[in-house]
Design a protein around this ligand. Sequence first.
Ligand SMILES: Cc1cc2nc3c(=O)[nH]c(=O)nc-3n(C[C@H](O)[C@H](O)[C@H](O)COP(=O)(O)O)c2cc1C
Length: 366
Amino acid sequence: MKQRNYYKAFLRPFLFQLPAETAHNIALWGLSAMAHLPNQSIFFRDLFKIPEIPTECFGLHFPNPVGLAAGMDKWASALPVWESLGFGFSEIGGVTQHEQPGNSGPRMFRVRSHQAIINRMGFNNPGADLFAEQLEEWVERSLWPSHPVGINLGKSRVTDLEKAPSDYLYSFQKLRKYGDFFVVNVSSPNTAGLRSLQEKSALSRILEAIMLANTGSLRRPVLVKVSPDLDESELADILQVSFEFGISGIVATNTTSSRPTLHKRPPAATYSENGGLSGAPLELRSNQVIRFLYKESNGKMPIIGVGGIRDLKSAMEKFRNGASLIQIYTGLVYEGPMLIIKILNGMVEYMKREGISDLRELHPKI
Ligand SMILES: Cc1cc2nc3c(=O)[nH]c(=O)nc-3n(C[C@H](O)[C@H](O)[C@H](O)COP(=O)(O)O)c2cc1C
């Protein structure tokens, strides 16, 4: 029986009347209110009957392989709620060493014709110190989620590119006891010069600083998030540096500066806004990058696949191209929170039908 999508029927029409960032703030405010309710996680898990698809990856246990992508919860203000909605892990942030307001608005745009978003937020975030206080509050309230929590690290605007390693290191050290894994984000198109940190020597300096500190009982898996706008030789360089420094995985991909043609209909006017594009038009390139990284690493580097997931089919494509885990941002804005459970139920049915116990069995042949 086809279930009615109440989000699309009632909430989305209201939210889509508002500027994209205002709608985002209202939605997050509601989710944050929900997150504070005691036992909400058990309540929703029982109500929605969230299926388990246990997945082990870089030494962590994930109840299912579908996670929240970075940038949705930059203040960790709704942290406990992501698990209740069915996510098997959440990535919060991006966080920088220093608090910063980000770019001036408007800086987030829906492109409805393409089920896409363009953003040039510029790492608006509370900074690592305040972020740690917010995380401590969730711990003290006993509302810390039981699924793995990743923390996305960016570079402060006031920090020169040459001093980037110390900026990332500061946030890593400050937040290390909270995060189950960390993502070094050198691929946002909205901070001047940031993507140049993907270049071999610049990336090596950042990873060296972090991995030298990443020892002892608080040793954490560290991943690198890459841009879809890199060519194969640049991606191969990142893989090489990642293996050299003991990186646990690659998150592929961030938003793109390109504007792919999706269909014959002309895109909405917002398609020409500056910033990073996410959602449906990113899917193809994200999948190509995942497949390349998978093959180039002989399947030895775990990949979190992200970019354009909006239904079961686009979710499964990520595994078929080599992803071990997947993440969603823009699909959630267009399809609403029931998307996660819909995808999970579809995956369980598929796995039963095909007689497979792990979606990584779908990976390409090496
Ligand atoms: C408004 C917005 C803010 C984002 N902020 C971050 C961020 O701070 N750090 C990061 O690594 N990625 C960020 N992203 C990128 C997403 O994590 C994801 O890689 C990208 O949106 C592609 O996935 P999607 O098509 O499911 O949205 C942001 C995306 C959007 C739309």
